[in-house]
Design a protein around this ligand. Structure first.
Ligand code: GAR
Length: 193
């Protein structure tokens, strides 16, 4: 049975694009069939359009409750949700509708450098300012608290004394592109029914 994946993204969408390119191949039994964004100007909209994946814009006020979003996802037969730079809190209704079926990627080694306001370049800046010698990515399930769901996998990269936040970002992005699709494929492949 084909499994349908939705990718939620708020920004540029390079991870969303990477996931679509990884999954949407002729022979694949899992596909990214939907991209969801909360920002009209998000770069991910154009990326999805270029790759022929429909992109749903859901404005911020609709994320408070979530019944309508759940309906949209059920209607499209979405089995699994992948957050890729998505900056809105996921409503409880969705967490209940998709138990252990919503994952997030965080661009640092949680529990360090997580929590509200810690996203994208803010994270890399904080890592450099703290004088860390390593950073990396954390792939985790979503629960009702930012960045606190069960950790599924972490991958590490070095941080050198002369690194700028951009240097760290580059290394972390490379880890994301390499590992996120593989981990998602493993989780979706293990879904029952
Ligand atoms: C990624 O690095 C992702 O880990 C991060 O946002 C970036 C999105 O980049 N997510 C968070 O910070 C979530 N707290 P992209 O739009 O190019 O995929």
């Amino acid at each position: 049975m084909m499994k349908n994946i939705a990718v939620f993204a708020s920004g540029n969408g390079t991870n969303a694009e990477n996931l679509i390119r990884f999954f949407n191949k002729e022979e694949s039994l899992m596909r990214v069939t939907l991209v969801v964004t909360n920002r009209l100007t998000a770069g991910v909209r154009e990326r999805a359009a270029d790759l022929g994946v429909s992109c749903l814009y859901i404005p911020k006020e609709m994320w408070k409750e979530g019944t309508e979003i759940r309906r949209c996802l059920w209607e499209r037969g979405i089995d699994f949700i992948v957050l890729a730079g998505f900056l809105v809190r996921i409503p409880d209704i969705l967490i209940e509708a998709y138990p252990q079926r919503i994952v997030n990627i965080h661009p640092a080694l949680l529990p360090k450098f997580g929590g509200k306001g810690m996203y994208g370049d803010h994270v890399h800046r904080a890592v450099v300012e703290a004088g860390e010698t390593e950073s990396g990515i954390t792939i985790h399930y979503i629960n009702e608290h930012y960045d606190e769901g069960t950790i599924i996998a972490q991958f590490r990269c070095p941080v050198y004394p002369a690194d700028t936040p951009d240097d760290v970002a580059r290394r972390v992005h490379a880890l994301e592109y390499e590992h996120y699709p593989q981990v998602v494929a493993r989780l979706v492949g293990a879904l029952q029914e």
